[in-house]
Each structure stands twice: as C-alpha cells, then as structure tokens.
Design a protein around this ligand. Structure first.
Ligand code: 5RP
Length: 225
C-alpha cells in the first residue's frame, strides 16, 4: 500500500464522534480527508472540520464533511496534518505546500496534533528540507537580502512557470536552504522577529502523536513533552 495512504487512513481512525477536527494540507492529509469523508458518509460520524487551505476546503466540502471557519470555533479537539521533516526529538518542518500559516494557526488552537508521514520524512536533525518562510510581497526582496546577509541561503519559491508562488493569503514564500538547523528554537525566534515575515515552517513542541508509514504497517508514536 502507498505509505501516505496507509497513514492517512490510519489517522482518520482517531477522529471521534462530535469532534472539531483540523484538516491538514498536502498529499498525505488528502488521504486522511478522504477516509474521514467515507466515515461521515458510511457511519454517520458527526464532525466539524476546520481546514488549513483552499485545496482542503474544496476536497472536504465535495466529500460532504461539515466545515466551519477557524473564527467560528472556540477550540479544535484534534488536528491531523502532514509534515516535510520530523527530527528525532519530534520537531517539524512544514510548508512544502505553502500552507504553513493556516496550518500553524489551526495547530495552535488544537488540543492534540497528529502528524502523518511516510518514513522518508523521519530524520535525525532538521534542515535538509528547505525551510519555508511566508513573507509579505512588499519589500520581500529586502527580507531576502537580510536572510542572505545572515547566511541563510534564501530562494524565492517559483512555480513550474517560473512565477513566484503565492500562498492562500497572497504572500510569497522564501525557502531557506540550510542543510542542518543546529538550533531550531533560536532560528524560529529570529524569524519571528523579522518585519515582513508572516510565518515560518518550524513547528516546535506542538505534535502529540506521529504516525509513520512503513512497509510493515503504520507505527503510532506517542510524543512525551
Ligand atoms: C503543506 C504542508 C504539508 O503538510 C507538507 O508539505 C507535507 O506534504 P505531503 O503530505 O504532500 O508530503 O506542510 O504546507
């Protein structure tokens, strides 16, 4: 079985009747949303979804999953999302799909966060995956210059037509090609301090469970904090 499908389907089993559920973005979260749609249809499961991108909103609404805007809920019981890298101490990089701003806002409001990944995403230390940073359009070149001066090896994300990728909020993405992130908390604090940065893809100390897709089956890891 496709490992992304395996973990997506497995994660949907953790959703309980009555829950408000954060629905992640990406090719792995896609399968979780697909499985949730099936549970809603076949079991009559009652849930409220809060989506993290226009893509997921479209998929979930086509599947008949009831949705609310993030501002219409008080809290979220459980969010299930993909990740681009997870280190051995369960810190993460997200934003490969440029959805990390909404994903982080939904995760921050959640009592529990589950990440679903195939085993290739599990790494010793973060950084081989370029770190996405969402920046406002105005002065994004100056933000890139600052990152260059800091040795962060920035690259503005382009689509297949060579156009700058725009997020769902109409911002640009700068990817930092770092190879190894020695001190994720320090880097996160620096990025948080830069005017013009909307949000970065370091998701620190936020995951409660990781489901890893392996050829032998899904492994469910409880993260102790
Ligand atoms: C989108 C994300 C995704 O969760 C992340 O990129 C993983 O995607 P995929 O499941 O397609 O590998 O952070 O912004």
């Amino acid at each position: 079985m496709n490992l992304k499908k395996m973990v997506g389907y497995k994660a949907a089993e953790f959703i309980e009747d009555g829950m408000t559920v954060g629905l992640g973005t990406g090719s792995t979260a896609f399968y979780m949303v697909e499985a949730l749609g099936r549970r809603v249809e076949e079991e009559g499961l009652k849930v409220t979804g809060v989506t993290t991108s226009h893509r997921t909103t479209k998929q979930a609404s086509e599947l008949g999953i009831p949705l609310k805007d993030i501002d219409e809920v008080d809290s979220i019981d459980l969010t299930i999302d993909g990740a681009d890298e997870i280190s051995e101490d369960f810190q993460g990089i997200k934003g490969g799909g440029a959805a990390h701003l909404f994903e982080k806002m939904v995760a921050d409001l959640s009592d529990e966060v589950i990440w679903i990944v195939d085993e290739s995403k599990m790494v010793k230390r973060l950084g081989a995956f370029p770190l996405p940073v969402e920046v406002v359009k105005f002065g994004h070149g100056q933000v890139k210059n600052l990152f260059e001066r800091k040795g962060l090896n920035p690259q503005i994300r382009l689509d297949q037509n060579g156009q700058k990728v725009e997020t769902d909020s109409g911002n640009y993405v700068i990817d930092l090609k770092l190879e190894i992130i020695e001190k994720p908390h320090e880097l996160a604090a620096f990025l948080d301090s830069v005017t013009g940065v909307v949000e970065h893809g370091l998701f620190l100390d936020c995951v409660s469970k990781v489901i890893v897709g392996k050829t032998g089956g899904p492994e469910v890891i409880e993260v102790m904090r």
